[in-house]
Design a protein around this ligand. Structure first.
Ligand SMILES: Nc1ncnc2c1ncn2[C@@H]1O[C@H](COP(=O)(O)OP(=O)(O)OP(=O)(O)O)[C@@H](O)[C@H]1O
Ligand SMILES: [Mg+2]
Length: 284
């Protein structure tokens, strides 16, 4: 058994209290080694002359949850948006350096952005379901990518809603409009929609900041479930949440990476004084 598979199984058994629905599935990217999924090398992002991300060099581990923390305006969303090239849509925004997803140069000329966005799912702070049925929200991506068979679609919808810990609440009303769900349910639906296309990684930008504690706890539970299967990057302002849900934490300050470390180490024994001051609430 490969080291990564063993690690995955250990994690799954550790999260079995959540009744994980994803235990025996191969990773969506079908890469079983421990190579980093995402590599940044001297990577900078500019809005015109303003350098929002400064010379970032870091490897994001595969199959793990990485939290990005840092004060408002430090570049967290900018960095996340660059991963699936949403930054292309912003006039004046350009990048320097390199970012590789599964060894593919994301900003190379000729990179197929549709291919990229199939591999990188994104969930935003404010739930944004389509004004369609619950079923159609989840089936939307797979249909767009050519899946037409009703049974296969049913299966994808069920699997994704289970992974997003929403199935039990909606299985009897899949044809109801997604707008009839609560905010917390809508956010889990958006996560199900992101998972339905079997992305290689999922990016979550403050996914729970608009939610109540119960819905937040649902989302944290589902992060526990998909851990080990999907690579997740989550931006959060909530230190306890970062500590609870992530394996690794990246601390950004004014566009610069101050520290990247295992979450347990970063929160208990940070390398940098600046990290310590931030996590203890002394600045930011
Ligand atoms: N479209 C844009 N054009 C110009 N500057 C921008 C744009 N978007 C963001 N910025 C600037 O880039 C910097 C980083 O912004 P970003 O939104 O990435 O921060 P953030 O860490 O996500 O903050 P928050 O925690 O408040 O969401 C800020 O100084 C911001 O003003
Ligand atoms: Mg932001």
């Amino acid at each position: 058994m490969s080291q990564s598979k063993r690690k995955q199984q250990e994690k799954n058994s550790a999260t079995s209290q959540f009744g994980s629905q994803v235990q025996d599935r191969p990773r969506p990217d079908e890469i079983e080694d421990d190579s980093p999924i995402l590599k940044f090398k001297d990577f900078s992002i500019f809005y015109d002359d303003f350098e929002a991300i400064k010379n970032l060099t870091v490897d994001i581990p595969r199959g793990e949850v990485t939290a990005i923390i840092g004060p408002s305006g430090c570049g967290k969303s900018t960095l996340l948006n660059a991963v699936n090239r949403m930054t292309d849509l912003i006039p004046g925004c350009h990048i320097e350096g390199k970012m590789e997803l599964n060894k593919e140069d994301v900003f190379a000329t000729g990179m197929d952005v549709i291919w990229l966005r199939r591999r990188v799912g994104m969930v935003f702070q404010k739930p944004n379901p389509f004004p369609k049925s619950i079923y159609d929200n989840v089936a939307y991506g797979p249909k767009l990518h050519g899946k037409r068979n009703g049974d296969a679609l049913d299966e994808i919808v069920e699997r994704s809603l289970k992974e997003a810990a929403l199935w039990e609440e909606v299985k009897d009303r899949l044809k109801a409009n997604a707008m009839s769900l609560s905010g917390g349910q809508q956010q889990r639906l958006c996560i199900a929609r992101a998972l339905a296309i079997k992305p290689h990684m999922v990016l979550l930008d403050e996914p729970t900041s608009a939610l109540d504690p119960k819905s937040t706890s649902h989302i944290e539970t589902l992060l526990g479930q998909i851990r080990g299967q999907y690579t997740v990057i989550i931006v959060t302002h909530n230190m306890q949440q970062a500590a609870r849900v992530s394996d690794y934490t990246l601390f950004l300050f004014e566009g610069e990476m101050i520290e990247f470390n295992r979450t347990a180490d970063l929160f208990v024994n940070p390398d940098k004084k600046q990290t310590e001051e931030y996590i203890t609430g002394r600045f930011g």
